[in-house]
Design a protein around this ligand. Sequence first.
Ligand SMILES: NC(=O)C1=CN([C@@H]2O[C@H](COP(=O)(O)OP(=O)(O)OC[C@H]3O[C@@H](n4cnc5c(N)ncnc54)[C@H](O)[C@@H]3O)[C@@H](O)[C@H]2O)C=CC1
Ligand SMILES: O=C(CO)COP(=O)(O)O
Length: 381
Amino acid sequence: MAPALEAQVLQEEQSLPHNNNFFNGLNDVTHRSKVTVIGSGNWGSVAAKLIASNTLRLASFHDEVRMWVYEETLPSGEKLTDVINRTNENVKYLPGIKLGQNVVADPDLENAVRDSNMLVFVTPHQFVEGICKRLVGKIREDAEAISLVKGMEVKMEGPCMISTLISQQLGINCSVLMGANIANEIAVEKFSEATVGYRNNREVAERWVQLFYTPYFIVTAAQDVEGVELCGTLKNVVAIAAGFVDGLEMGNNTKAAIMRLGLREMKAFSKLLFPSVKDSTFFESCGVADLITTCLGGRNRKVAEAYARNGGKRSFDELEAEMLQGQKLQGVSTASEVYEVLSHRGWLELFPLFSTVHEICSGLLPPSAIVEYSEKLPRSF
Ligand SMILES: NC(=O)C1=CN([C@@H]2O[C@H](COP(=O)(O)OP(=O)(O)OC[C@H]3O[C@@H](n4cnc5c(N)ncnc54)[C@H](O)[C@@H]3O)[C@@H](O)[C@H]2O)C=CC1
Ligand SMILES: O=C(CO)COP(=O)(O)O
């Protein structure tokens, strides 16, 4: 790491709240925080590794980190959980990376959360509601949650952010952590940043920062839970558009234009849904930085590129299964969820990029429509 950057990291590390009093008597062994990671995909496994390095280092946490695994049988006939616990590697979703000996994989959801007061949700967004239903009445009353999940749900009453879903179903506070965080890069400890979004309790936010922060993973807190979460959610729709541009070989200027227009729609949509969303959030890691990294190197971009190269003739589901081997795309379903909100509220014309992405993904328009949609832009755009 460059000396100036290293100095900044050290300075930030020293200013971390190592002795905060979020939970009384944290350094007393009987009151140590216990962490469960709910999810064990590509990012879930990296999150467990980051957290496990800190729970070993910091006295106010139990060393052990439980990681709930959606159980599956590997081609060898072994259970994924058994292999993770034997090799200390998630051989399916993060091969080649040691998670830390203090990570314990557990296929039993109820058992995995039993004693924990810090719950880290990190599964594809479509599974969160089902998981929460299974957790009702099974978690500690003093539990806090954080969501690393990028996505949203649309209910009869309107859009529902994943952190809100977790809060409402489980009756607990839920913060979020989002950022320019391609998991495979963080797994090999390449420098990156992230943003914790919190509602109103700064001490809780600092506790989450402490749990994730390492010299190669710099975490800052922003009091804007909806803004941070909507950035992480909506950038996946823009990444699909960027993938179409790549598949059509339109070049870097077009891709940059799509990213800029996408960022504008991200900001406009977020502020229409939640007027409290702050402009400054879009300049944090969760905002423009995540948009850039996902549009350059993410899975949504990659599969959308293949979709456009095939002229839309092979479905996203088919390409996802073939190219991602069990990992899940969030952008296609998020585009559909956003479209539902836009049509319901009569906002379709205000969001030509978002609506065009959904219309391409659902086969109503060809991939080339992504560069034709600009004709629909309002004059003031
Ligand atoms: N991979 C990445 O680079 C990053 C991912 N994210 C976000 O993190 C969230 C989780 O993504 P990943 O950890 O990458 O997962 P993934 O896409 O790598 O893996 C899919 C996961 O879903 C599980 N699964 C499959 N069917 C299930 C079911 N019915 N119920 C529950 N779980 C089931 C699989 O076992 C696997 O753990 C997503 O919202 C994603 O957008 C955020 C930052 C970076
Ligand atoms: O969210 C991500 C990076 O921050 C990962 O994006 P993809 O799901 O497109 O790989």
